[in-house]
Ligand binder design. Structure first.
Ligand code: AHR
Length: 527
């Protein structure tokens, strides 16, 4: 006997339309929660974002300037801040990327009219007038209610410059703390995450691993002296865009030579549909591109596994976190936009990539403790796109919303028994999933279904005294569906009514081509 389900009523008007293929005979699947294993806490910082001085991410993105007719608070766009606060941003990485190793922070402090304009060498030589600098970024951090993740310049800076930035940000005494006060900020800022270089195998100086390991130690020694309590992140290897050729030797060298001085170790992984010279359109693609993109996005899991294995040899206690501080899709730039600005649309396919990647991070929460989607506004797999005073939330934004309840919950290790998604002579598991339990005992499960034709009837074990089950979905009739400035809600998050209770499990119908969240709540513990 099981208790009747007391409540599963969310406005029917909000219920998601089920594609015809999903209505006919869903394929059975099962989520197995592994008994007697308590997982690690899923760090909320897995859900972080990244904003680089690139294209329209900062300028004409976050930053419109105080004189703009677009509503803003001290130059920072209000509608963007409100939208991001609604989904939650635990940390924000800035100012790059490749830009970070060419950024000299003193150019971005003091009266704006006196700041020098310098070409942004990595991104189109666009003139960077430095009007958005340290104070503006920390104001953005305050407005978002997030934590700063500063990426320091090791490639073209100096040890002293990086240590001085740490003192400027976090010091209570010393010349840089005084300079900060002179520039109007009395109290230090609570900055914790600090990247010691970025992609130093490439745009961050084309270094060898052994050389970078020595440089990392030199910079980090003085960074720790200047910024007490810093969480220093070492630059990781090339992950071979698209998953091929991830450099394990870099990880081995860094962990052996410098692991003891790190708190975090950075990995990057971009999902590129074809290859670097023909990445493919963000919205004009067929099922073959859909399949290839989603299959490649699942390889992020094997990148984590491969590097974790190396890290385990030097750090079996998992003291050093993987900081996945750049990940996401990289498509061709939209027609009529400059290639260097990396402006791409964002479809349901991108939402699936987000769901697949976030499930992988959750499932490796013992090692992956920080991650940053690239990038927040108008660049690569953005959360938000803007055009003049208009903005839209992308399908990726809505996918992130579905994962909100995993923040700081305890991972429930699980295994998904998934049907195969077969395309031509290739196949991949249709489903990925992760599960967690929050401090009130509620079970949260997130699922992706890559199969664009078949829905799945997924069995999920639930507690006998579950009183309420809820599910939400991001899906659409077409796999290419995306939001436009005229129709910003074509792809959004909707309630999913297709849940039923059977004995000790729930049966959740996961629509074809969807990202779904499911929650089972215990008596008196609603949230
Ligand atoms: O996110 C765009 C670029 O990709 C970053 O600047 C760099 O770190 C990476 O190669």
């Amino acid at each position: 006997m099981h208790r009747p389900l007391l409540a599963l009523v969310v406005a029917v008007a909000l219920a998601s339309p089920q594609p015809a293929s999903a209505q006919s005979s869903p394929v059975p699947a099962r989520l197995v929660l592994l008994p007697d294993t308590t997982g690690p806490v899923i760090s909320r910082h897995i859900y972080g974002h990244f904003a680089e001085h690139l294209g329209r991410d900062i300028y004409d993105g976050f930053w419109v300037g105080e004189g703009s007719s677009i509503p803003n608070v001290r130059g920072i766009r209000t509608d963007i801040v409100e939208a991001l606060k609604a989904v939650g941003v635990p940390n924000l990485r800035w100012p790059g990327g490749c830009f970070a190793d060419d950024y000299h922070w003193k150019n971005g402090i003091g009266p704006r009219a006196e700041r020098p304009a310098v070409p942004n060498r990595f991104w189109g030589d666009v003139l960077e007038d430095n009007s958005f600098g340290t104070h503006e970024f920390m104001d953005l951090v305050d407005q978002l209610g997030t934590e700063a993740y500063i990426a320091g310049n090791l490639g073209s800076g100096t040890v002293r410059e990086m240590a001085e930035w740490a003192e400027y940000l976090t010091g209570t005494q010393g010349p840089m703390a005084e300079l900060r006060r002179k520039n109007g900020r009395e109290e230090p800022w609570p900055v914790r995450f600090f990247g010691v270089g970025n992609e130093n195998w490439g745009c961050g100086g084309n270094m060898r691993a052994a050389y970078y390991a020595d440089e990392f130690k030199r910079y980090t020694t003085y960074l720790y002296e200047a910024g007490r309590g810093m969480y220093a992140v070492a630059s990781g290897p090339s992950s071979g865009y698209g998953g091929h050729g991830t450099d394990l030797e870099w990880t081995e060298t860094l962990m052996r030579e410098a692991g003891w001085l790190m708190r975090g170790y950075s990995l990057h992984y971009y999902t590129v549909t074809h290859n670097w010279t023909n990445k493919g359109s963000a919205t004009e693609f067929d099922e073959s591109d859909w399949f290839l993109t989603l299959k490649k996005s699942t390889w992020i899991d094997s990148v984590i596994v491969a590097h974790s294995r190396v890290m385990d040899r030097f750090d079996p206690q998992k003291r050093v976190a993987i900081v996945f501080d750049e990940w996401g899709t990289w498509h061709d730039a939209e027609p009529d936009t400059p290639g260097y600005a990396l402006y791409q649309q964002n479809s349901l396919r991108d939402a699936l990539v987000a769901g697949i990647s976030l499930n992988a991070f959750n499932n490796h929460a013992d090692r992956v403790r920080v991650a940053n989607l690239a990038q927040t506004i108008n660049v690569l797999q953005a959360m938000i796109l803007t055009e003049g005073d208009r903005m839209l939330k992308t399908p990726t934004y809505h996918a992130f919303h579905l994962f909100r309840r995993h923040w700081d919950a305890t991972l429930v290790p699980s295994r998904i028994e998934s049907p195969e998604y077969v395309f031509g002579d290739q196949s991949m598991p249709a489903l990925t999933a992760s599960a967690s339990r929050d401090s009130l005992g509620a079970l949260h499960v997130t699922v992706t279904n890559a199969d664009p034709h078949r829905s799945v009837a997924l069995q999920i074990p639930v507690d006998r005294d579950t009183v309420m089950m809820q599910a939400f979905v991001v899906t659409a009739d077409r796999m290419q569906e995306h939001n436009t400035f005229d129709e910003p809600d074509r792809v959004t998050r909707r309630s999913l009514m297709a849940i039923r209770r059977e004995a000790d499990h729930a049966v959740l119908t996961v629509p074809a081509k969807s990202v779904v969240s499911f929650t089972a709540i215990l008596p008196g513990r609603s949230r």
